[in-house]
Design a protein around this ligand. Structure first.
Ligand code: HEC
Ligand code: HEC
Ligand code: HEC
Ligand code: HEC
Ligand code: HEC
Length: 180
């Protein structure tokens, strides 16, 4: 089949229109997804390894700060290096597919690129240390992680959420503590 120049032009225009529509369609979808995600209404993002908190926290009784080592000392809680997992998985459950993935990261000396779930905008100052030292439980901001097979965000983490608790608990509401 051969096309006339006019047909070719039409086809090109159609292709262009599809591209543009596709482009904005994706944009609209992305904004919607981010919006929903921020509202904590979406399922958790897929992780490189299906790490189950319940098995480790409820089953083995590991403390949160066994893995999130800096939660009492720094702004960030920290996510454990592969090495920490290997203290047990050098021996335990080596045959399981998800643990095999873990061992592969170890063999290749690659860090695991866990997908970040909770993330404040750049311009916000937040520190775990202050909250944990003041006795604010992980659950208040993260929900019941111990029973989540897959971690997901369940609180909005917007300004109203932060300030709401600060009002209730008598903590500072000065704009400058969070907006530095
Ligand atoms: C054996 C190690 C281990 C223990 C113990 C552990 N975690 Fe985790 N945690 C991880 C790993 C690995 C990830 C990243 C993968 C994921 O999100 O599932 C993670 C992710 C998280 C996240 C999401 C981080 C983000 O990207 O926003 C939160 C919140 C969290 N853990 C809270 C807790 C709490 C609360 C406890 C105690 C009840 C706990 N964890 C105990 C290993 C652990
Ligand atoms: C204190 C020991 C210990 C540490 C540390 C540990 N695990 Fe585990 N893990 C276990 C045990 C025990 C099981 C349960 C095995 C079973 O079901 O028989 C398990 C189960 C798992 C499973 C589920 C296997 C399956 O298919 O049921 C995965 C995945 C896993 N661990 C990944 C990790 C990762 C990733 C880390 C590091 C962030 C880690 N583990 C740290 C002891 C540990
Ligand atoms: C007052 C609210 C609050 C409390 C309490 C809290 N977190 Fe967080 N957590 C956050 C926020 C907000 C973020 C995102 C921080 C950012 O983007 O800078 C976060 C991020 C994280 C992360 C992602 C990785 C990182 O390095 O920050 C982990 C893991 C985590 N929290 C674990 C915990 C654990 C474990 C506890 C309890 C010991 C805890 N959090 C208590 C609000 C809280
Ligand atoms: C569940 C209650 C609770 C929530 C939610 C909460 N906070 Fe706090 N926050 C506190 C308490 C209590 C203190 C006081 C700690 C102290 O006295 O050292 C505090 C202290 C702080 C401080 C240090 C204040 C100072 O005087 O230097 C900052 C910064 C802060 N919070 C930011 C945030 C941000 C940002 C969020 C939201 C992502 C948030 N907080 C959510 C309870 C909360
Ligand atoms: C306890 C922490 C906290 C305090 C105190 C606080 N904010 Fe915020 N603020 C946040 C967080 C977290 C965000 C980002 C999430 C959001 O947009 O809700 C934010 C977002 C904002 C934004 C939107 C910025 C943007 O570009 O999206 C404005 C404007 C703002 N705050 C003004 C203020 C003013 C004015 C005060 C003092 C009266 C104040 N904030 C006090 C935590 C705080």
């Amino acid at each position: 089949m051969s096309l006339s120049p006019a047909q070719k032009t039409t086809l090109r225009r159609l292709a262009l229109a599809a591209l543009i529509l596709g482009h904005f369609g994706f944009f609209i979808l992305a904004v919607g997804v981010v919006g929903l995600y921020r509202a904590g209404q979406l399922p958790p993002p897929p992780q490189p390894i299906a790490f189950p908190h319940p098995t480790h926290v409820l089953g083995l009784g590991l403390a949160c700060n066994f893995c999130h080592e800096t939660v009492e000392q720094a702004r960030g809680a920290g996510v454990p290096p592969v090495e920490k997992c290997l203290t047990c998985h050098r021996q335990i459950a080596r045959e399981r597919p998800e643990v095999q993935k873990l061992l592969r990261y170890w063999d290749e000396q690659q860090p695991i690129s866990w997908v970040r779930i909770h993330q404040l905008p750049e311009f916000i100052y937040f520190s775990h240390k202050r909250h944990v030292k003041a006795g604010v439980g992980c659950d208040s901001c993260h929900g019941p992680v111990a029973v989540m097979t897959e971690v997901r965000q369940v609180r909005t983490l917007n300004m109203g959420f932060c300030v709401g608790c600060h009002v209730k608990s008598g903590a500072s509401r000065d704009c400058a503590i969070c907006h530095q």
